[in-house]
Design a protein around this ligand. Structure first.
Ligand code: OKP
Ligand code: ZN
Length: 344
C-alpha cells in the first residue's frame, strides 16, 4: 500500500509536557515517525509519497472557524507577548463558565480551546498539523481513486482533537477530516475504528449525533486511563446518531483475549453497517512495553489485527495515532500493515 508522509512533522517538537506537578520531556516526539518510516521502508510495504496541498475547506468541515483561527495565529500572538518557549495552558472554563464568548486574553483563549496541559504548541505545530491533515486527505483521495488501502504517516496525532479543542497531543482530527471528505464526495456511510490505547474522545464528539459516520473505539477504561472523562460503554450516540457510537473500554492490564473479543464485536458492527470505507485510527500504544499504556499486544497480536481488518474487505485508510515505545513502534505499525497486505 502507498504511504503518505512529509518531513514537516519534525517542525512539531515540544520540549516538555506538564505531568504530576512537573515538566517532563514530551513522549510524542519526531523520532516516533522516523522509526515508523524506517520500518515500512525496510519491509517494502509500499512507495512513500508526499502529500498534495489541500485548501482549508475539508478541515473547516470538521473544525470550527474560531478554533482554526486560533491555531493559525497562536504562535505569532504568543511571541508578540514576549514569550519564546512552548505554549501550555494553565486555565480552563469548567462547568458553569461560558464558552460562547471568546475572551481577548491569549491564555484565556488557549484554555477555551484545550483540555489538558500535556499538549505543547510550538513554533512549528500549526505547519505540522496542517500538513498532517493534507497527508490524511491525500491518502483518502488515493483510496477514493480506487486503491484498496493507504497509510497516512503523520504527526502530531489527531483522535483527541474535537471540533474546537486540542489535547492529548492532538490538534487537527485527521481521521475525522478524512471520514468527512468521504461523505462530502458522496459516500453514504463511513466507519471509523479507533484501536489506540486511549479513547478517541475527539472523534467520538465530532460524530456523536450523526448516523452517517459510525465510531468504534477499543481503549483503556477511562475510569483510570486518559482521557478520563469520555469513553464509557454507555456512550452510544445521541439524536440521529443514537446507536452509531460504541465504546469497548477494557481494564488496564486486559488480556489479549479480551482485546480481540472487543475487536471482533467492533468488526461485526462495522460489517453490519456496510460502510463505503473504513478509517483506522492506528495507535500502537497497545504494545505490552508502551511506557504510558497498559495493554499486552506484541508482534503476533499486531499481525492478527492486520489480518482481522483485511477480512472486512473494505477500502481502508490507516492513520497513525499513538505509540510511545519509540524503538518498537515502527515494527508494530509495519506488522499491522504487512499482515493486512498479505491477506487477500
Ligand atoms: C495520546 B494518544 C503521560 C500522561 C498521559 C496524555 C496521553 C495522550 C495520549 N505523561 N498524557 O492517544 O496516544
Ligand atoms: Zn494513545
Amino acid at each position: 500500500m502507498h504511504i503518505f508522509y512529509s518531513d514537516q512533522h519534525r517542525a512539531h517538537a515540544g520540549s516538555h509536557e506538564f505531568y504530576r506537578g512537573e515538566l517532563v520531556p514530551c513522549f510524542e516526539k519526531p523520532e516516533r515517525a522516523d522509526h515508523v518510516l524506517a520500518a515500512v521502508q525496510a519491509r517494502g510495504i509500499g512507495p512513500v509519497l508526499p502529500p498534495q496541498p489541500f485548501p482549508p475547506d475539508p478541515i473547516a468541515r470538521v473544525h470550527s472557524a474560531r478554533y482554526l483561527r486560533f491555531l493559525e495565529t497562536a504562535w505569532a500572538e504568543w511571541t508578540a507577548l514576549g514569550n519564546a518557549g512552548d505554549i501550555l495552558p494553565s486555565v480552563w472554563p469548567i462547568r458553569g463558565f461560558r464558552s460562547d464568548v471568546e475572551p481577548v486574553n491569549f491564555m484565556a483563549r488557549l484554555g477555551l480551546y484545550s483540555f489538558d496541559s500535556g499538549t505543547p504548541f510550538t513554533a512549528g505545530t500549526w505547519a505540522a498539523a496542517r500538513t498532517g491533515a493534507d497527508i490524511a486527505l491525500t491518502a483518502q483521495a488515493h483510496i477514493a481513486a480506487g486503491h484498496r488501502a493507504a497509510f497516512a504517516l503523520s504527526r502530531p496525532p489527531g483522535h483527541h482533537a474535537g471540533a474546537d479543542f486540542l489535547g492529548g497531543y492532538c490538534f487537527l482530527n485527521n481521521a475525522a477530516i478524512a471520514a468527512q471528505a468521504w461523505r462530502d464526495q458522496g459516500a453514504e456511510r463511513v466507519a471509523i475504528l479507533d484501536v489506540d490505547y486511549h479513547h478517541g474522545n475527539g472523534t467520538q464528539s465530532i460524530f456523536y449525533d450523526r448516523a452517517d459516520v459510525l465510531f468504534q473505539s477499543i481503549h483503556g477504561d477511562p475510569l483510570t486511563e486518559y482521557p478520563f472523562y469520555l469513553g464509557h460503554a454507555d456512550e452510544t450516540g445521541s439524536g440521529a446518531g443514537l446507536g452509531f457510537n460504541q465504546n469497548y473500554p477494557l481494564p488496564a492490564g486486559a488480556t489479549n483475549e479480551a482485546w480481540f473479543a472487543a475487536l471482533a464485536t467492533a468488526c461485526e458492527r462495522i460489517a453490519a453497517y456496510r460502510p463505503a470505507a473504513l478509517v483506522v485510527s492506528l495507535g500502537v500504544d497497545t504494545f505490552a512495553d508502551d511506557p504510558i499504556s497498559k495493554f499486552q499486544l506484541r508482534t503476533p497480536e499486531f499481525h492478527r489485527l492486520g489480518r482481522t481488518l483485511a477480512a472486512l474487505q473494505l477500502p481502508t485508510l490507516f492513520i497513525f495515532e499513538g505509540g510511545y515505545a519509540v524503538a518498537e513502534i515502527g515494527d508494530n505499525v509495519a506488522e499491522v500493515l504487512q499482515a493486512f497486505e498479505q491477506t487477500p
